[in-house]
Design a protein around this ligand. Structure first.
Ligand SMILES: NC(=O)c1ccc[n+]([C@@H]2O[C@H](COP(=O)([O-])OP(=O)(O)OC[C@H]3O[C@@H](n4cnc5c(N)ncnc54)[C@H](O)[C@@H]3O)[C@@H](O)[C@H]2O)c1
Ligand SMILES: [Mg+2]
Ligand SMILES: [Zn+2]
Length: 276
């Protein structure tokens, strides 16, 4: 099956194609959706900060217009990326996730981080270039580890104060310089709940464009320790039996996949597939 969405570096000097537009309020939508005729959209009273050619949807070129202000043309409204993750066409979400990461990066790399000079897009490559000192800046991706810690028929789930009320999830955290994914996993689990783990098994990965995480997903077995939630970061953490789980994260998240996969394996149910 051919992919509906594929990335590419397109020349913004070419006319035509589709455009998606992003502001601090999310993506511009109208009754037809999130893809606009680019030549039409560019004539609307919108304030474009930067434009990038980002790929093809159903074979047609797609450009991102990153806007300075969230003034929407008549008949249009804004929708946040999370809403696209939660519902609707997954290929559209993939496209917008990529657009959001490119938009964030382009917005944050208009000036060179080394000498402060202005940067320009490199033709044919996803990079910003500083003519003054030759530095190239590429889109930022932050490796993050996520793990379901298990103990027989129990799983360790925790709540951050930022979560929707009632929802418990797997433990996660950003990798630091100098660590392997396994080092990061052991450190994060120890920091967040003071539990040690063994038999770490890699399950799979997921792009998480909020704003630029690359989630590396694992299962690990409990080894030792009593749960002590980390002050400020972890509001509550508990062992839950797999037949008495709390409210869980969104269906398309790797957190949910790690839980569903373990429950499936323990219960002899068909194994779920990670959306990707
Ligand atoms: N897809 C999923 O299922 C899923 C589930 C849980 C978490 N996540 C994501 O995993 C990532 C990490 O999880 P977390 O929030 O628990 O991380 P964490 O436990 O490392 O704690 C977050 C803190 O890390 C620091 N931080 C922020 N950005 C950083 C970066 N790029 N590098 C290093 N440190 C940084 C900040 O102080 C922040 O408050 C987040 O992006 C989160 O959205 C995804
Ligand atoms: Mg964390
Ligand atoms: Zn420079």
């Amino acid at each position: 099956m051919s992919e509906r969405w594929t990335t590419a570096v397109l020349d913004t000097a070419q006319p035509g194609g589709w455009a998606v537009a992003r502001s601090s309020q999310g993506f511009l939508c109208n009754a037809q959706g999130v893809l606009f005729e680019r030549d039409w959209l560019r004539q609307q009273p919108i304030d474009v900060l930067t434009e990038h050619g980002i790929g093809h949807f159903d074979g047609r070129p797609v450009y991102l217009l990153e806007l300075r202000s969230p003034d929407a043309p008549d008949g249009c409204h804004w929708q946040g990326l999370r809403q696209f993750m939660l519902e609707g066409d997954f290929q559209v979400y993939r496209m917008l996730g990529y657009a959001a990461q490119i938009g964030t990066w382009a917005r944050e790399h208009r000036f060179c981080g080394s000498c402060g000079g202005p940067t320009l897009q490199v033709p044919g490559e996803r990079a910003m270039h500083c003519a003054r000192c030759e530095l190239r800046s590429y889109p930022r991706i932050s490796p993050s580890m996520i793990v379901l810690v298990t103990r027989g028929d129990e799983v360790l789930l925790a709540r951050s104060p930022r979560f929707v009320p009632g929802v418990y999830s797997t433990l996660a955290g950003f990798a630091e310089p100098g660590e392997s994914a396994e080092d990061c996993l052991r450190r994060e689990v120890m920091e967040e709940v003071q539990v040690s783990v063994r038999n770490i098994q890699y399950i799979g990965s997921q792009c998480w464009p909020f704003p630029h995480s690359m989630m590396l997903g694992f299962h690990a077995e409990y080894a030792a320790g009593e749960i002590v939630p980390q002050l400020d970061e972890i509001e509550d953490a508990q062992w839950f039996r797999i037949d008495a789980l709390p409210a869980l994260p969104a269906g398309r998240s790797i957190a949910r996949h790690l839980i569903d996969l373990y429950v499936g394996r323990r219960s002899g149910l068909p194994e779920p597939v990670l959306p990707g």
